[in-house]
Design a protein around this ligand. Structure first.
Ligand code: HEM
Length: 501
């Protein structure tokens, strides 16, 4: 009995001193850090009372003045938050070769996990090189008619819902539009989500809406304890997603190969790279072919990365426009004017000329960045310019995009939705790298053009055809859902839409 008690006391003391030493990491390095708790580090209340992004913003606000970076603890693991814009530039661009990877979990046992967002080093570089050709402005122009073909369904859907006395659930509408667009441009599928919201694609889209506790815990576990999770043969992609996507991509792929089908979508472009190591009719070097699993993982990431981000951007822009009649009216005047010069059609050239719409979207992305932070891993010890401090090899780095976008040093009255901040004169007054909704540098968002094109077309279509206002039960500002990893409102955003003739 006495020995057992002694052993327990010994083990507890060891754990205590081990943790205390660990949690002194930043203090020992002379780097500012909020006092962490031994169990949750600096994540106390995250996912319960506070969103991860807001938590980072609080840390940022504590240390932003006079510090290039600060430390924090992700549970017991030390991480760095970089706040200085020059240092951000160095990490994302100048010294990119030392910060290529994000440290996202992926494994060969989970074929859909080996996608561009997660893979590392030279493998990433080679794949990115291959895929870049699928996102040029020429390719966007080519895909535009596919997206445009959904405009009439969008108008019909809103019109059919507009008599609902509880208003229109705007997130639901935007998600259904995005499911149809991405299903079609990604996989050549007719999802019909705008005609029937219970389609499989909509159910799959909920994958990123990580409020399901089991999916959420698995997601965090595999990412935090990566080697352990690999030893346990764990996967990041839920089985029901793999069971849906892999056969669907395989079936479409085999059908197209057999029947020599060529369509202006991502799958066709990926199939060309798979077969020829390049796009078929283009003068470009052979960049090496893809395996079927590599192709499937890329088609899948286009869906995951494009789905929630684009529908959130559309939703939040419409929410702000419904609240701010003056901005909505100014935007409508621009849309009418530009469209009248393009035979009444919201064509690719027409949306390219809508500069105020660009400003509205940029301001939405500033205020509600769907991805609130960027991640990088330090590949080799890195001396920080102008500081007597070296970032250790393997250290995870976070760039707090949301906090920078809400920093009053860069954006006066930061909580106010004001698209005028993005006029070319105002943009020139701000420092570079104070606006990073798509990241920057060689590992920025590859789908930026597609995300913007889709958001612009849908917003222009809605504002041209409807006058929006918030339903009386929709609050302003919104209460955000702290459980979700992306920016999502806690309650549905309900709106009224009056048809314009
Ligand atoms: C408004 C819409 C979107 C936003 C705000 C957004 C934002 C981002 C951000 C912040 C990153 C990380 C960049 C970095 O670490 O520097 C990223 C990466 C990525 N995004 Fe997007 N994204 C959007 C739409 C899309 C779309 C439509 C697609 C695909 C069709 C896409 C595909 C990707 C991929 C594949 C990556 C990983 C790139 C790499 O690691 O090389 N995104 N996105």
């Amino acid at each position: 009995m006495g020995l057992t008690l002694l052993l327990i006391i010994g083990a507890l003391s060891f754990a205590f001193f081990y943790l205390r030493r660990k949690m002194n990491y930043w203090k020992d390095h002379g780097i500012p850090c909020l006092t962490p708790s031994y169990i949750f580090g600096n994540l106390d209340g995250v996912g319960q009372k506070i969103h991860f992004t807001t938590n980072l913003q609080n840390i940022y606000e504590n240390f932003k003045n006079g510090n290039k970076l600060c430390g924090f603890f992700f549970l017991q693991s030390p991480r760095i938050m970089v706040m200085d814009l020059e240092l951000i530039k160095n990490i994302l661009i100048k010294d990119f070769n030392n910060f290529i990877d994000r440290g996202v979990f992926h494994t060969d046992e989970d074929p859909l996990s080996n996608h561009l967002f997660a893979i590392e080093g030279e493998k990433w570089r080679s794949l990115r090189h291959k895929l870049s050709a699928t996102f040029t402005s020429g390719k966007m122009r080519m895909m535009y008619p596919i997206i445009e073909s959904f405009s009439s369904d969008l108008v019909n859907l809103i019109e059919s819902l507009s008599s609902n006395k509880d208003g229109i659930d705007v997130k639901n509408v935007c998600t259904r539009f995005t499911a149809d667009v991405i299903g079609s441009c990604g996989f050549g599928l007719e999802c019909n989500a705008m005609r029937d919201e219970n389609t499989e694609m909509m159910r799959m889209g909920k994958f990123f809406d990580i409020t399901d506790t089991k999916i959420r815990l698995n997601f965090f576990f595999v990412n935090i304890f990566q080697s352990f999770a690999k030893k346990l043969n764990m996967k990041i992609t839920p089985q029901f997603i793999t069971d849906f996507f892999l056969p669907m991509i395989k079936e479409t792929f085999e059908y197209r190969e057999k029947n020599d089908v060529n369509r202006n979508d991502f799958l066709s472009l990926l199939m060309q790279i798979k077969k020829y190591g390049k796009l078929k009719d283009e003068e470009m070097e052979n960049v090496g072919t893809l395996t079927f699993n590599e192709l499937a993982a890329q088609a899948f990431i286009f869906f995951v990365a494009g789905f929630e981000t684009s529908s959130t951007t559309m939703t939040m822009a419409l929410y702000e426009l419904a609240y701010r009649y003056d901005i909505q009216e100014k935007l409508r005047i621009e849309i009418e004017e530009v469209v009248s010069r393009h035979d009444g059609i919201i064509s690719y050239d027409a949306i390219s000329e809508m500069t105020y719409l660009d400003q509205v979207i940029n301001e939405t992305l500033r205020l509600y960045s769907p991805i609130g932070q960027l991640f990088r891993i330090c590949a080799a010890d890195y001396e920080v310019d102008g500081m007597n401090f070296t970032i250790d090899k393997g250290m995870p780095i976070i760039i707090p995009v949301h906090a920078i976008h809400h920093d009053s040093r860069y954006y006066y009255d930061p909580e106010l939705f004001n698209p005028d901040r993005f006029s070319s004169e105002e943009v020139k007054k701000r420092p570079h790298y104070s606006f990073l909704p798509f990241g920057t540098g060689p590992r920025n968002c590859i789908g930026e053009r597609f995300g913007i094109m889709q958001s612009k077309l849908s917003i222009a279509t809605i504002i041209k055809n409807f006058r929006l206002s918030l339903h009386e039960e929709t609050r302003y500002p919104l209460l955000m859902d702290c459980k979700n990893i992306v920016v999502t409102a806690f309650q549905p955003i309900m709106m009224n839409a009056e048809r314009l003739m």
